[in-house]
Structure formats: structure tokens, C-alpha cells
Design a protein around this ligand. Structure first.
Ligand code: GLN
Length: 487
């Protein structure tokens, strides 16, 4: 932990933290943890854990990397932060992000971008939006970090920085005290250097929380765990390879790493077979309608009256000028673009064509997954779950040996390419190009599924490629099981 503090000073230029915890305070907490008898030490005792700055903490500000919240400190801790502290973890500081979680390269931050630097000294994308958390872990400025993943924001930065990034099933980890971007998609995830560390943090935060209305009830959790416990221990896993993810734009080094991960699983005796997920082609478009729609509604609270900064001038103006001046000055360009997009797709004239259609696509994406997984979706009534699976045999492409009725996990790339140079990004990337990076991560988000990015060596490249493991809802343990085999 002390080495981490030293690394924070060495790597200041990477801008991973918006604010670090006071080192003296951190040292005294670690020393205190060391004096505790083993029986009083929690599973994260004395571990330095960084927290993405859209997760509320009482001892440090919570800015969401936005000008509008630059001076905001929360009066309460998020449940996940409370859980970390209860487990003995020490908050290392608040990490940089794309403003409110909107972005894929951590360049949309009021406090400047978080970045990594390659061997040649070039600035390289850290991925977004949890770029700060990823860089902090990769450069050992902390032991592990919390991030949030709405459409890939934990997995993409993990892939770009060569670490492990886990997005749990939606509703298993509390969102209470996590600043909302798109509630129906938002999850809290973990970034760590290996799956074992990610597991330890995840075990500490995976709890039902009555304060989060979307937290999965205890009864459902128990039912899912019982079903998992009934699975044989050393079973031959069925690994699905989504043929639809083998797109022309996939970088050869990433395709190579994907093949290597699959070969490793096959060598270990597991059955690898192709599957079809036809609706995923539309998932990205659906995501970029739904997420901004929810964001435009969530961000309406930053009006200069209740939270955050406020533009100068009279506040009684009947034309709402205070609101628009505050928002115009406080929000960055990407956030303004999302609010406009969202307000448009929710407007009476556009609703049917955009928002409603995107919701339909979301349902189709969920059905695609249910059709390929061997396990029924535990969130559905048993009859409906079985009905969705009856199509499994038709969507599982030929070549499978036994039963052919679905797979246990899917294995595919996390991102289409290795991390791009910042200079290239600035030259050529339009906002839509940045959205493209999320093409492999948003399907699991739309379906609420657990997914992890694991680093795999990419032939002849400095950076590793992120390979993603996705499983049925609630099968987070199966994701860990398979991720461990390819890390
Ligand atoms: N890049 C995606 C977006 O900008 C994902 C963000 C996230 O998961 N928070 O919406």
C-alpha cells in the first residue's frame, strides 16, 4: 500500500485521480489495520481501493468530472463505499472519468483526460469512462478500483490498460449513492490486476440493498445460487463463440488473441462452438438511443438550484434563463450532445420511431442471449424462459457435439482494436467513432448480463487485448470460473 502512495506521486501526469486521499490519513488507516488481530480483519483489510468519482463519498468530493459538480461533496457514502470500508478497505481517492460516464476514452473530463503512455512515450487512450480507475490499477497506484459500467465503461478501459474489468449482473450490486447516468443500464463494477483480486472486491460489495429499488431481492439471489450450486464441479463447459462478433473491422491482433483464448479453453477439454446472436448488430444503435434518453431525464436535476454550480445573474427570470445559463456553462460538449439527443428521442414527434423502437431492439437482444444459453433466464417465469430456450437449437449453428442445447458462456473480444493513440483520436475521431468502440460491450449491458474483460497477449504488440466472457443473468460465478482459465 505504501508503494501505491509512492506510485501516485510518480504517475501524477497520467491524471488517474481527480483527488487522492490524504496520504497521512491513508497511512494511519493502514497502520491501524495492521494492529488488528486476524479475527478482526476484513477480507479487504488495509487494501487501497480507488473509487470512480461518480460514486458518493463523504470524505472526498464527488464531481462526476463535470464542471457543474466541481465543488460538490456528498453528505453520505454510497452503499458500495460503505461495504468496502466495512471489509477493511481504504479509499485511495476519486478517479477520473468521462463526464457523468459519457465517453469511451476518458477525454471528456472537466479535469483533463486520464491517459496511459506507451514505451515510445506517446499518450494512449485509457479507455472510458472509468479510465482513471483503470490507469490507477494498471500503474499500481492502488490495489483495485471501483468503476461503473453502463455500456462498457469498466470493460473497455480494462481491455485498453491490460487489466481485469468485471461488470456484474444488473441489480446484484447496489446503485445507492452512485450518480445516475442511465438507471436501467448502470452497474458498479470492479477493476483489478487479476481475477482473484476482482473476486475479493466483488464479494464485499455483492449485497442486497433495500435503498436501491432495483436491487435483486434476497429470495431471487438464493434461488440463483441454489441453481448454480447444483451444477457439477468439474464439468465440461460449453463455450459459445458469437460468429456475429467476427466483424471486418476487428484488428488482426485482437482476432489472434481471441483465437488464442479459445484454443486454451479447448485444450482444457471444454467444448467450443459457434453461436448466432443476430440482433447484436442493432444493439449499438439501440444503446445510443436509450442511454441518452435516460441521461436527459437524469441530468435535469443539475439546474443550478439544488445541486452544484450556478451561473451568475438573477434567479427569478421567468424564461428559465438561469437553468439554461447554468447548464450551458456547467456541462461539457458531449454531455450537452447526449441531453439534446435524449430530449429529442423522447419528444412526442420522435418517440415512436426512436425510443420505442430501441426498447424493442433491447428485448430482441435479450431474447438472443436467452436462446443461446443452456441455463434458463432466472428473471423470467419458468414457462417463458423455456419458450425462449426452445429456439436455442435453431440458433446454435451446426457443429456442436452433445445435446446442442445452448452454451454456458460466450467468449468474444471486448473492443474491436487495441488502445488508439490520443493523437490519432484527436485527428480523426468523430463522436460516432467513439461510440463504435462499445460495439461488443453494449449487448451484455442491454440484457443486464455479467461480463468480464480479461487481458490476453496480442502477438507482436505492446498492449494486451481484452477478451470478454459473458454468461446468463446471475451466473457471475461462471464468468469468474472461465475468466480464470484464460487470464
Ligand atoms: N461509452 C459508453 C457511453 O458513452 C459507455 C459509458 C458507460 O458505460 N458509462 O455511453
Amino acid at each position: 500500500a505504501l508503494q501505491c502512495l509512492a506510485n501516485q506521486a510518480t504517475h501524477k501526469a497520467l491524471n488517474a485521480f481527480i483527488v487522492c486521499a490524504d496520504p497521512a490519513d491513508v497511512v494511519s488507516k493502514i497502520e491501524h489495520a495492521e494492529t488488528l488481530p486476524a479475527s478482526a480483519q476484513g477480507p479487504l483489510s488495509g487494501k487501497l481501493i480507488a473509487v470512480k468519482d461518480n460514486i458518493c463519498t463523504t470524505d472526498l468530493p464527488t464531481t462526476c468530472a463535470s464542471g457543474i459538480l466541481q465543488a460538490f461533496t456528498s453528505p453520505y457514502d454510497a452503499t458500495v463505499v460503505q461495504k468496502l470500508r466495512e471489509a477493511g478497505g481504504v479509499v485511495a481517492g476519486k478517479t477520473n472519468l468521462d463526464e457523468f460516464g459519457m465517453g469511451s476514452h476518458n477525454v471528456n473530463s472537466f479535469f483533463g483526460r486520464a491517459q496511459q503512455v506507451d514505451r515510445a512515450g506517446n499518450a494512449v487512450s485509457a479507455g472510458g469512462s472509468s479510465g482513471g480507475s483503470a490507469v490507477a490499477v494498471a500503474t499500481q497506484q492502488c490495489w483495485a478500483a471501483l468503476g461503473t459500467d453502463t455500456g462498457g465503461s469498466v470493460r473497455l478501459p480494462a481491455a485498453y490498460t491490460g487489466i481485469v474489468g468485471f461488470k456484474p449482473s444488473y441489480g446484484l450490486v447496489s446503485r445507492w449513492g452512485v450518480v445516475a447516468y442511465a438507471n436501467s443500464l448502470d452497474t458498479v463494477g470492479v477493476l483489478a490486476r487479476d481475477t482473484a483480486a476482482a473476486r475479493r472486491v466483488y464479494d464485499a460489495i455483492r449485497r442486497h440493498d433495500a435503498r436501491d429499488p432495483t436491487s435483486l431481492p434476497l429470495r431471487s439471489r438464493r434461488r440463483i445460487l441454489e441453481a448454480l450450486a447444483a451444477l457439477p464441479r468439474h464439468r465440461r463447459l460449453r463455450i459459445g463463440v458469437p460468429a456475429d462478433y467476427n466483424i471486418a473491422e476487428l484488428a488482426p491482433a485482437v482476432r489472434g488473441a481471441w483465437a488464442r483464448a479459445l484454443a486454451r479453453l479447448a485444450q482444457a477439454g471444454h467444448a467450443v462452438r459457434p453461436v448466432a446472436l443476430p440482433s447484436t448488430h442493432h444493439a449499438l444503435s439501440a444503446y445510443y438511443v436509450l442511454a441518452p434518453a435516460e441521461a436527459s431525464s437524469n441530468l435535469a436535476r443539475y439546474d443550478g438550484v439544488r445541486f452544484g454550480s450556478r451561473a451568475a445573474g438573477p434567479d427569478g427570470a421567468p424564461d428559465g434563463a438561469l437553468f439554461s445559463r447554468t447548464r450551458g456553462a456547467g456541462f461539457g460538449a458531449e454531455v450537452q450532445r447526449r441531453v439534446l439527443l435524449g430530449a429529442y428521442s423522447l419528444s412526442a414527434a420522435a418517440m415512436d420511431n426512436y425510443f420505442i423502437q430501441a426498447q424493442r431492439v433491447r428485448r430482441l437482444v435479450q431474447r438472443d442471449f436467452d436462446a443461446v444459453f443452456a441455463a434458463p433466464n432466472p428473471l423470467l417465469e419458468p414457462e417463458e424462459a423455456a419458450q425462449r430456450q426452445s429456439v436455442a437449437t435453431t440458433t446454435t449453428i451446426e457443429g456442436g457435439d452433445e445435446d446442442a442445447a445452448g452454451v454456458d458462456v460466450l467468449v468474444c473480444p471486448t473492443a474491436p482494436s487495441l488502445p488508439p493513440n490520443i493523437a490519432e483520436l484527436e485527428k480523426q475521431q468523430s463522436p460516432v467513432d467513439a461510440y463504435m468502440n462499445d460495439v461488443f460491450t453494449v449487448p451484455a449491458s442491454l440484457a443486464g448480463l455479467p461480463a468480464m474483460s480479461v487481458p490476453v497477449r496480442a502477438e507482436g504488440e505492446e498492449h494486451k487485448a481484452g477478451i470478454q466472457v459473458i454468461s446468463q443473468y446471475g451466473h457471475d460465478d461462471v464468468v469468474f470460473e472461465v475468466a480464470r482459465m484464460i487470464e
